[in-house]
Design a protein around this ligand. Structure first.
Ligand code: URA
Length: 443
């Protein structure tokens, strides 16, 4: 078999065989096939697409390129969630304790932030002492005691995705549904949980910019998950404004804790409740979505989820006193309000622009080796459809970089679209995709 022929086949819009797909993934991981040939194939895939069988074989070949996690020693129902990435997305921090309080078990592997989106691991490391490097032994002990962990990747999971993603990133071949689906699903399947909820983001801050493509990506991932025997569904949710109000690291952790205390921003709290309800229904703990939502609310009201969070921080060596004393987080040196120049309603808040502003404030990294300032970030004060008057505070900047404040202010003002009328199309949840297709959701 020759890589040249595989590229040529895809260029001529032929369906690749399982053998051809395994050949290229295997050869690339072993450094036997050069970047330039794989780049050519990725571009041909972007132009001519791959069908569901090809996506399945690609996912399978990527999983087989590395280790997989065996959760069979965990007694109970295993769950996992994944978000396709957004700004202000601290969902795992609140959702995992909620699910744990309902008796579901999760071993969530998270990543670091790069560019305008934040990473769960960075947020957690804003807590003094928090340890994201958990050995297999510790992981089972912690899960048996508190039902969940959130950690970094210790095993060599899906090395093919690391190489392919890095190449896609620099060859303009990220935004293909088959490639995104195989990239995400290979990591989810390798992580071992039986029940999976995918939070597919739609909007200015997301990969998917329209409903049609978000549905297609969701259907593709659900189909692949089903073929691997998973109980899976995708929820399509809004990213036409940052999720919640906090965008940064420590301020996002505080917002996640506040949500578990029952004081979260409406959109973030509703999303956590909805995702929790879906997993409760899928695993048979709830009899319906409504029943699941009721259980999720009770778990917040009773503080059971908050107690799980506190225990989680303690078991991963973090200072759990932060839960009741936010002054224990590093504080930013400077705080500056961004004032509205117009009167009207917030129509949209470009999430990507806010993410970039938070990056300039110090909350993220442009290059892998950059340091993060955990106290830096943006606190949104006006959300979509809020009424705003000239001079009202739209957002507050937290930073140690005094000389960047004017630049950040300009970025934030640019991100806010204010209009005379409310945005009647704004929705938090667009719909649910199961193996039976897309069901629109009435918010
Ligand atoms: N997230 C991933 O993990 N992979 C993609 O290709 C896109 C988003």
């Amino acid at each position: 078999m020759r890589m040249y022929d595989i590229i040529n086949n895809k260029k001529n819009n032929k369906v690749l065989t399982k053998e051809e797909i395994c050949f290229f993934v295997d050869g690339y991981v072993k450094n036997e096939i050069p970047d330039y040939q794989v780049s050519a194939l990725l571009m041909a895939i972007c132009l001519n697409d791959i069908n569901l069988d090809e996506i399945f074989y690609l996912t399978e070949a990527m999983i087989n390129s590395g280790d997989t996690i065996d959760l069979s020693n965990i007694d109970g129902i295993t769950i996992d969630k994944h978000s396709t990435g957004g700004v202000g997305d601290k969902t795992s921090l609140s959702l995992l304790p909620m699910l744990a309080a309902c008796g579901l078990k999760g071993s969530k592997m998270s990543g670091r932030g790069l560019g305008h989106t934040g990473g769960t691991l960075d947020k957690l490391e804003a807590i003094d002492g928090f340890n994201i490097n958990i050995s297999d032994m510790q992981a089972s002990d912690i899960i048996n005691e508190n039902n969940f962990i959130i950690c970094g990747q210790t095993l060599n999971l899906v090395p093919a995705d690391k190489k392919l993603y890095a190449l896609r990133d620099v060859t303009a071949t990220v935004d293909n549904i088959g490639l995104i689906a195989s990239s995400i699903m290979s990591k989810k399947i390798a992580s071992g949980a039986k029940n999976i909820v995918l939070d597919v983001k739609l909007g200015s801050g997301a990969f998917m910019k329209n409903l049609e493509s978000a549905v297609k990506l969701s259907e593709t991932m659900v189909n692949i998950g089903e073929r691997f025997g998973k109980n899976i569904r995708a929820i399509i949710t809004n990213m036409d404004e940052p999720l919640g109000k906090a965008v940064g690291n420590s301020i996002e952790v505080i917002e996640a804790i506040e949500t578990l205390k029952g004081n979260g921003p409406n959109d973030f709290e509703s999303l956590c409740i909805f995702l929790c309800a879906n997993l409760l229904e899928m695993t048979g703990i709830a009899s319906s979505l409504e029943n699941g939502e009721q259980i999720a609310k009770e778990i917040i009201d009773s503080k059971k989820a908050l107690n799980r969070f506190e225990k989680f921080v303690e078991l991963q060596n973090g200072d759990s006193k932060v839960v009741n004393d936010y002054s224990l987080f590093k504080q930013a040196k400077y705080k500056a309000d961004v004032l509205s120049l117009n009167t009207g309603y917030v129509h949209a808040i470009n999430a990507e622009m806010i993410g970039k502003a938070a990056l300039v404030a110090g909350a993220g990294r442009e290059k892998k080796e950059d340091n993060i300032d955990y106290s830096a970030g943006i606190m949104i004060n006006k959300k979509v459809n809020d009424k705003v008057k000239d001079g009202d505070v739209l957002a507050t900047i937290y930073t140690d970089n005094q000389n960047k404040i004017e630049e950040i202010k300009a970025q934030i003002l640019n991100a806010f679209k204010i209009s005379e009328e409310k945005n009647h199309n704004a929705k938090l949840i667009y719909g649910i995709v199961t193996k039976d297709g897309f069901i629109p959701y009435k918010n």
